[in-house]
Ligand binder design. Structure first.
Ligand SMILES: C[S@@+](CC[C@H](N)C(=O)[O-])C[C@H]1O[C@@H](n2cnc3c(N)ncnc32)[C@H](O)[C@@H]1O
Length: 281
């Protein structure tokens, strides 16, 4: 049996270090951007905290195909890059929920600087007990979050509870592949204590049991490898890689985390996947 409170603290402390907002401002200045007037494009290398950065968020947004009238939920919203991108692209309202308080603070500050705070908001909370009424949202997505959550059935039941009938749900995450566990640390987990990968089949059947129809499952390992190769080529030419959120958040430890994650994908020990589901009804 897991100690849920202790695990939440371990997850939160994994993502909390130093003054994140100051480090982000310094990184933006180094890029020649104004940290007081950031743009979605200037923030994209830093505020998309998942493999393939903005490219993966664009894929999720394509699957969601939203209307301006939709109210969308981002579960495990991090510092808010995906939520701001989705709100900006579709003109819709997005609410994020995240366990890590400092991420929600930074997410709110950046959203205010971008002038999106009338449509994008963030709540500190647990995906397993979301602070929202039943049937609140027209659509939901989650990017690289479920790997930190042991109770998958509880997570899927919460998605089903807060979504309206017929709503779309997109999960973009790492599934468990073949062979041994990945090596640690990983960008989302220091040790096996906070890493909970399930197979695609288990995710599929868990979502179905919670009341979802699976519309599409896509293995994005090829895209991940291609993104890694393009990043490596840029670095070899002396340029910055397109995705810099892991070094921003984890500092010196980031290189080992990213290498472990890339190797796990290359060896098929983890499988990056996008799953589109629809709530029955
Ligand atoms: C790798 S980050 C991804 C952040 C964001 N989805 C993105 O892609 O930019 C994982 C996020 O999941 C959050 N998280 C982990 N477990 C959670 C839980 N049980 N409830 C809510 N958020 C959680 C962490 O605080 C962290 O912000």
């Amino acid at each position: 049996m897991y100690d849920v409170l202790a695990m939440s603290k371990d997850v939160t402390s994994h993502y909390t270090s130093g003054d994140l907002f100051d480090r982000l401002a310094a990184a933006l200045r180094d890029d020649g951007a104004d940290p007081d007037r950031p743009t979605i494009a200037a923030l994209a290398p830093y505020d998309q905290f998942h493999g393939r950065g903005l490219e993966a968020t664009e894929d999720v947004a394509n699957l969601l195909s939203l209307l301006a009238s939709d109210h969308v939920l981002d579960v495990g919203s991090g510092i808010g890059g995906p939520a701001r991108y989705v709100a900006d692209r579709f003109g819709c309202r997005v609410t994020g929920v995240d366990l890590t308080p400092v991420f929600c603070e930074v997410a709110r500050s950046l959203t205010t600087l971008l002038g999106l705070d009338d449509r994008v908001s963030f709540e500190v909370g647990d995906a397993l007990a979301m602070p929202f009424a039943d049937g609140t949202f027209d659509a939901a997505y989650t990017m690289n979050v479920s790997m930190n959550i042991a109770d998958k059935d509880g997570l899927y039941a919460e998605f089903a509870r807060v979504l309206k009938p017929g709503a779309r749900l997109v999960l973009s995450e790492f599934a468990r592949g073949d062979g041994p566990e990945p090596d640690y640390p990983l960008p989302w987990a220091q040790t096996a204590e906070t890493n909970f990968l399930t197979s695609v089949e288990a995710t599929r059947s868990g979502l179905e049991a919670a009341g979802f129809l699976i519309v599409q499952v896509r293995d994005t390992a090829a895209e991940s490898k291609d993104f890694g190769a393009r990043s490596k080529a840029l670095v070899e030419r002396g340029e910055k890689p397109p995705h810099r959120s892991v070094p921003l958040i984890h500092g010196e430890g980031a290189a080992v985390m990213m290498a472990n994650s890339s190797r796990a994908v290359a060896e098929g020990r983890t499988v990056p996947v996008e799953i589109l589901a629809r709530k029955r009804g």
